[in-house]
Design a protein around this ligand. Structure first.
Ligand code: C5P
Ligand code: MG
Length: 232
């Protein structure tokens, strides 16, 4: 698929150019709180983010949802690249995802003016990101440093069951056994090292997400409150 390879090369070239320029992050971590939400596919990230939004007026940005929207956006030059990566369970070149997130964050800060969102302030749950070390590095360098990582864990059996159930109605091209197996592999090989890195920095709150949505939410809420109290 030469068109896809061209896109990857193009993305890597962009990155090469960028890394020669020392940049300051677009957002000041003192004004903008970023919480990364990680865990395997089907661990409950999206479900828990929806609950946490109600507690703290977060803006919830799912990297996967942003990528799917970009895939279907008319005139997008990344449509085919994103589709292939999603189906194969591989990681989309970081420039694409980081730029989508930065754009969405800027838009939320410009639009929202409720409490906690005044004077360029904001708080974000960035769901399903960073999935790979290079995404974490680029985001910290160019966008913002995260205050913490919420890490939802359960077994592959539970995740598989949830994803197959979701697949009955999600219309997602990757909620099938073949893609799910590839996603599990990518998670273990690429995402776990990111979580381990943040663990070393003491930024990870690990929460068992095998139990009910309410029980998981209670624990996640406490972890988020602690982190917000520290950064206030
Ligand atoms: O998080 P979600 O399961 O919706 O992500 C779907 C797919 O989007 C991933 O399997 C991957 O192909 C792509 N993705 C990515 N980088 C991210 C998040 C998602 O490449 N940070
Ligand atoms: Mg999700």
């Amino acid at each position: 698929m030469p068109a896809v390879i061209d896109k990857i090369a193009e993305a890597l070239h962009l990155h090469k150019n960028r890394s020669t320029v020392a940049s300051t992050p677009a957002f000041d971590e003192k004004k903008v709180t970023v919480i990364f939400v990680l865990g395997g596919p089907g661990a409950g990230k999206g479900t828990q983010c929806a609950r946490l939004v109600q507690d703290h007026d977060f803006c919830h940005l799912s990297a996967g949802d942003l990528l799917r929207a970009e895939q279907h956006r008319e005139g997008s030059e990344y449509g085919q690249l994103i589709q292939t990566c999603i189906k194969e369970g591989t990681i989309v070149p970081m420039e694409v995802t980081v730029k989508l997130l930065e754009k969405a964050m800027k838009a939320a800060i410009a639009e929202k003016n409720s409490e906690g969102w005044e004077d360029g302030r904001g708080r974000f749950l960035i769901d399903g990101f960073p999935r790979k070390m290079d995404q974490a590095e680029m985001f910290e360098q160019e966008v913002c440093k995260p205050s913490m990582v919420l890490f939802f864990t359960t077994t592959e059996e539970v995740m598989l069951e949830r994803l197959l159930e979701r697949g009955k109605t999600s219309g997602r091209e990757d909620d099938n056994v073949e893609s799910i197996k590839k996603r599990f592999r990518t998670y273990k090989e690429q995402t776990m090292p990111v979580i381990e890195q943040y663990e070393k920095l003491g930024k990870v709150a690990e929460i068992d997400s095998s139990v009910t949505i309410e029980e998981v939410h209670e624990k996640a809420k406490v972890a988020v409150q602690k982190s917000l109290a520290r950064s206030n």
